[in-house]
Each structure stands twice: as structure tokens, then as C-alpha cells.
Write a protein that binds this ligand. Structure first.
Ligand SMILES: *[C@@H]1O[C@H](CO)[C@@H](O)[C@H](O)[C@H]1NC(C)=O
Ligand SMILES: *[C@@H]1O[C@H](CO)[C@@H](O)[C@H](O)[C@H]1NC(C)=O
Ligand SMILES: *[C@@H]1O[C@H](CO)[C@@H](O)[C@H](O)[C@H]1NC(C)=O
Ligand SMILES: *[C@@H]1O[C@H](CO)[C@@H](O)[C@H](O)[C@H]1NC(C)=O
Ligand SMILES: *[C@@H]1O[C@H](CO)[C@@H](O)[C@H](O)[C@H]1NC(C)=O
Length: 194
């Protein structure tokens, strides 16, 4: 009887543990898409989905920029990545925002990848990528340097999802690639969000 009691008493404490704050998905509203527009730097991520794990291992740098398209719930994406040594730029993919289930989908040729946007500071973009039962979580930000607190909070989410330090892949500003949207007049590209 005693172990059961200990278990029952222990459970609420474990659930309330402050180190495992839940990931709260954003419920889309009319402001959600506007908040996504403009450039982001990919900072860190972890995944158990084999194709993503492969990609994360080679990913030295990542950045992307969302711009409006002719469809209200569809965004154009420019992606810049350094895989191994090579900088690549792609502008062929789209992001669809499904309001009815608050899901984002990245569409590129044949590949349709969905993700939930997680509540965070405005200058961060946290995505919980949905691939069957494989957990994946990524952090992007408006600037290459996120605060120590933001990084620690993200890391604790990853640990709560069962990732260890070896599973976590950081990109590096020293491997930065030229960004097409930084060449132009900033006023053309950056949406005015304020
Ligand atoms: C959201 O946008 C739709 C269509 O653009 C509009 O009909 C609706 O009134 C908006 N809702 C709010 C709360 O602004
Ligand atoms: C990156 O390098 C790894 C091993 O060095 C290789 O397996 C992989 O195919 C390379 N990826 C790209 C995109 O070049
Ligand atoms: C993609 O890039 C090509 C070449 O740089 C350019 O001609 C094309 O207009 C771009 N498309 C989009 C949707 O930005
Ligand atoms: C949300 O809706 C879209 C389009 O109907 C669908 O493709 C996607 O799988 C849905 N996502 C979830 C998590 O239900
Ligand atoms: C990030 O770096 C920029 C300039 O390099 C600086 O202005 C900004 O305060 C830094 N932000 C944080 C959160 O450290």
C-alpha cells in the first residue's frame, strides 16, 4: 500500500515540475501570419525523424524569409542553408497556414511537412514538426544571438521531449551564408510589424 501512496502523492508533483513546461501550440488568428513574415535565422533543433536527423547533422547554417503571396494563407519562402560546406539558396517552397487546425505546412515539390507553431517570445519561432510519432523541435530567431534564458528554456523543452545533448544540433554564425534579403533596401523586404 505504501508504494502506491507514494506513487499517487508523487505524481502531481512530477506533473507540476517547472522544468517540463508544456509546449503550447498557437491557435491561429488573423495576426498569426503577419507575425511570421520577414527573415529568420535557424538556431538549433533536434529530431528523431530519420530524414531530419540526417539533414541536421550536415546543417551548418540556416536562414529563411517569409513573404506574402497572392493567397492569404500562403507564404513564399526563400531558404538559405549551408549543408556541409556549400551554401544553397532555394525559393521554390511555400508555407501554407491552415486556420481550421492551426497547422503550418511546408510544401516543396513532393514533400508536405506539417508543424505546430509553439507559443514563445515574439522574436522567436519555435516549431514542433509533426512526423508520425517522431518528435522534432526547432528554434529560429530574428537575430543570430538568442538570450541565454531563451536558449535554456528551449533546451529544457528538448530534454523534456527525451533528447540528449548529442541529439541537439546548433548552427553557427561563423558559417553564415550571404542572405539575399540583406542586399536589398531593408524597407522593401521587412514588413512593418510595429
Ligand atoms: C479575420 O479576417 C477575416 C477575413 O480576412 C475577417 O472576415 C474577420 O473579420 C477577421 N477577424 C478579426 C477578429 O479581425
Ligand atoms: C555531407 O557530408 C556527409 C558526410 O561527410 C555526407 O554523407 C552527406 O551526403 C553530405 N551532404 C551534402 C548535402 O553534401
Ligand atoms: C526565385 O529565384 C529566381 C532566380 O534567382 C528568380 O528569377 C525568381 O523570380 C525567384 N522566384 C521567387 C518566387 O522569388
Ligand atoms: C490540418 O489540416 C490540413 C489540411 O486539411 C491537413 O493536411 C493537416 O494534416 C492537418 N494537421 C493536423 C495536425 O491535423
Ligand atoms: C544580439 O547582437 C546584436 C548585435 O550583434 C545586439 O545588438 C543585440 O543586443 C544582441 N541580442 C541579444 C539578445 O544578445
Amino acid at each position: 500500500m505504501l508504494p502506491v501512496l507514494v506513487f499517487l502523492l508523487g505524481l502531481p508533483l512530477a506533473l507540476a515540475s517547472p522544468t517540463c513546461a508544456p509546449l503550447i501550440p498557437v491557435t491561429f488568428d488573423n495576426a498569426t501570419i503577419a507575425r511570421l513574415l520577414g527573415p529568420w535565422i535557424y538556431i538549433v533543433g533536434a529530431s528523431r525523424y530519420p530524414p531530419y536527423m540526417e539533414e541536421l547533422r550536415g546543417l551548418k547554417y540556416g536562414a529563411f524569409s517569409f513573404s506574402p503571396s497572392s493567397h492569404e494563407d500562403e507564404l513564399n519562402v526563400i531558404e538559405v542553408t549551408r549543408l556541409n560546406e556549400t551554401c544553397l539558396q532555394r525559393n521554390t517552397s511555400k508555407v501554407l497556414a491552415f486556420r481550421h487546425n492551426s497547422t503550418l505546412a511546408h510544401v516543396d515539390d513532393q514533400v508536405f511537412a506539417t508543424a505546430k507553431l509553439i507559443q514563445s517570445d515574439e522574436d522567436l519561432l519555435i516549431l514542433n514538426h509533426l512526423n508520425d510519432d517522431f518528435p522534432s523541435l526547432s528554434l529560429s530567431a530574428r537575430t543570430p544571438n538568442v538570450s541565454k534564458e531563451q536558449l535554456e528554456e528551449f533546451r529544457s523543452h528538448l530534454h523534456c521531449m527525451g533528447f540528449t545533448e548529442e541529439d541537439i544540433f546548433f548552427t553557427s554564425e561563423k558559417d553564415a551564408c550571404p542572405l539575399p534579403w540583406e542586399k536589398k533596401d531593408e524597407g522593401d523586404v521587412k514588413p512593418q510589424l510595429k
